[in-house]
Design a protein around this ligand. Structure first.
Ligand SMILES: *Cc1c(COP(=O)(O)O)cnc(C)c1O
Length: 210
């Protein structure tokens, strides 16, 4: 049996897929490698010759090809990936930790926080964390209040993609898990390269308004 993994969260760095017996590691280079929200590209890395041969001619049959311009943007992004990831990890942890103490917030789902479900797996397998995480508002906060929160943010843009320099926020309108309904109360943040203190102030102001 072959194992394939989407390693985008870890930027291919914070989780060593091949050491963990993954055969094929996939990344959306659109995110951290591109780093500036202007690239649409992916990579497929095979662990060894056998895994490579198992992929067969699929990519050619699907007509997948990349342009030299896109490749040059990815190569340029790689030159600053290390410094961006270091900064993003630090800012994101600072903001996630700040959110854990807020009276309107129930849980912060950042894998490096000991209070996050699944933290022990992250601790066992990852060498660091990156800049996307989510948090859940308390039960008494309505989806309309969560919308007010999002609309009150000034530094965070509303957006789904991530890995660029700007911070983004988005509400999950429809999230049901067994025995739980987080619809309209779960917010995903993507921290960018702005000053962490400014982002905390922005969150603080928006949380006060909702
Ligand atoms: C964005 C994303 C993708 C898809 O990448 P695109 O380049 O936008 O098509 C795949 N996996 C993960 C985890 C992503 O965040």
């Amino acid at each position: 049996m072959a194992v394939a993994l989407d390693n985008t969260y870890a930027a291919g760095i914070m989780f060593d897929a091949f050491v963990h017996d993954v055969d094929v590691s996939i990344q959306a280079l659109t995110k951290y490698v591109g780093g500036h929200s202007d690239l649409l590209l992916g990579s497929v890395s095979a662990r060894n010759q056998q895994a490579y041969e198992n992929l067969g001619p699929v990519y050619r049959q699907l007509g997948l090809a990349v342009s030299p311009d896109d490749c040059s943007l990815a190569l340029r992004g790689l030159q600053t990936l290390a410094v961006r990831l270091e900064q993003l990890e630090k800012s994101t942890l600072q903001i996630a930790e700040w959110l854990t103490n807020h009276s309107k917030i129930e849980t912060v789902f950042h894998p490096a926080l000991p209070t996050c479900p699944g933290h022990e797996h992250w601790k066992r397998d990852f060498s660091g964390s990156t800049s996307v995480f989510s948090f859940l508002f308390k039960d008494n906060i309505t989806p309309a209040q969560v919308e007010t929160f999002i609309d009150s943010l000034e530094l965070f843009y509303i957006g789904l993609s991530w890995g660029g320099v700007n911070s983004l926020a988005v509400v999950y309108p429809d999230v049901e898990r067994p025995g739980k309904d987080h619809s309209g109360k779960l917010v995903r943040l993507k921290i960018g390269l702005e000053q962490a203190e400014d982002l905390v102030t922005d969150l603080e102001n928006a949380l006060a308004k909702c």
